[in-house]
Write a protein that binds this ligand. Structure first.
Ligand SMILES: Cc1cc2c(cc1C)N(C[C@H](O)[C@H](O)[C@H](O)COP(=O)(O)O)c1[nH]c(=O)[nH]c(=O)c1N2
Length: 233
C-alpha cells in the first residue's frame, strides 16, 4: 500500500509576532546559571514540563536515547561537588600561568546551591548498535541527546528556572557516584533551580574570559572559507 501523508499533515503557519518574540526572547536571554539559584524546590509539575520539552527533542532515527537522572540527595551532590573540585584543579593546571588566577575566580558550577541536579545520559544501543542515520555517523545519538539538553534549557528559561551545565567532571567519577552503567554515555550534568536574576550577557563575556564572535565571520557561502560578504560581488 502506498503511504498517504495527507491525513497526518496539519497546518504549519508561522507563529504570531508575539509568539515569535517569546521564542527569540527565550533563546537570547537563556543563560548558563552558576550562582543565582534560589533554594526553593521546583514542583513535580514544573520538572515534568521541562523533561517533557527535553523528550520532544529531535533524535536520530527517533531513537530517543536519553535518560534523566534527577539528583536531590545532598550527600550525592556533595560527592559530585568534590569531584568537580578535583577536575577543576586539574583543568586549572593545564591553563597558561596568566589565566589561572582568573579561572580560579570564576564560579563554574552550582551543584550544591541548585536544589536539583540532573544527569542526562545517552543509551547508545537503545535501538541496536547502528540504526537509521547512525551507520555513517554513530555519534548522532550523542548529538540528539544534546538537542534534548537544549530543549530543556530553553523551556526552563521560559519558566524562570535557571540551568547550569557542568562539564568539569570526570566521567568515571560521575559513574561511580551515580551508579551509571559502563555502556551508558554521560552527556550533561545540569544544575537546576529557580532564579530571580540572571546575567544580561554570558558571564564569561562580562568577566572578559571570552567574547561572542561576529556571526558574519562564521558564515560561508557554498564552499568552506567563502565569506558571505566576499561572495556578494
Ligand atoms: C557542553 C557545555 C559544557 C559547559 C557549558 C556549556 C556547554 C554547552 N558551560 C556554559 C558555558 O560557559 C556558557 O554556555 C557560555 O559561557 C555562554 O554563556 P550563556 O550560556 O549564554 O550564559 C559551562 N559553564 C560552567 O560554568 N562550567 C562548565 O563546566 C560548563 N560546561
Amino acid at each position: 500500500m502506498v503511504f498517504d501523508p495527507e491525513p497526518s499533515l496539519v497546518a504549519s503557519a508561522p507563529f504570531s509576532e508575539e509568539e515569535r518574540a517569546a521564542v527569540y526572547r527565550a533563546i537570547h536571554t537563556r543563560r548558563d546559571v552558576r550562582d543565582e539559584f534560589l533554594p526553593d524546590e521546583l514542583s513535580h509539575e514544573e520538572v515534568m514540563r521541562l523533561l517533557d520539552a527535553a523528550h520532544h527533542a529531535p533524535s536520530v532515527g527517533f531513537m530517543q536515547p536519553w535518560n534523566f537522572l534527577l539528583i536531590r540527595d545532598r550527600g550525592l551532590r556533595e560527592a559530585v561537588h568534590a569531584a568537580f573540585e578535583r577536575a577543576a584543579e586539574a583543568e586549572e593546571a593545564l591553563l597558561p600561568q596568566e589565566r589561572r588566577a582568573q579561572y580560579r575566580s570564576l564560579k563554574l558550577q552550582g551543584i550544591l546551591k541548585a536544589p536539583l541536579n540532573i544527569c542526562i545520559t545517552c543509551d547508545r544501543s537503545r535501538q541496536g548498535r547502528t540504526g537509521l542515520g547512525r551507520t555513517q555517523q554513530p555519534e548522532a545519538d550523542l548529538l540528539s541527546t544534546a538537542c534534548a539538553v537544549q530543549n530543556f534549557w530553553l523551556a526552563a528559561r521560559a519558566e524562570g528556572i535557571g540551568v547550569g551545565w557542568v562539564s568539569i567532571l570526570r566521567e568515571q567519577d560521575l559513574r561511580a557516584i551515580l551508579d551509571i552503567p559502563a555502556d551508558i554515555a554521560i552527556v550533561a550534568y545540569l544544575c537546576v533551580g529557580r532564579v530571580a536574576k540572571a546575567y544580561a550577557q554570558p558571564e564569561l563575556e562580562i568577566r572578559q574570559w571570552a567574547k561572542r564572535l561576529p556571526l558574519e565571520e562564521l558564515i560561508f557561502s557554498d564552499r568552506w572559507g567563502n565569506r558571505i560578504n566576499n561572495s556578494k560581488g
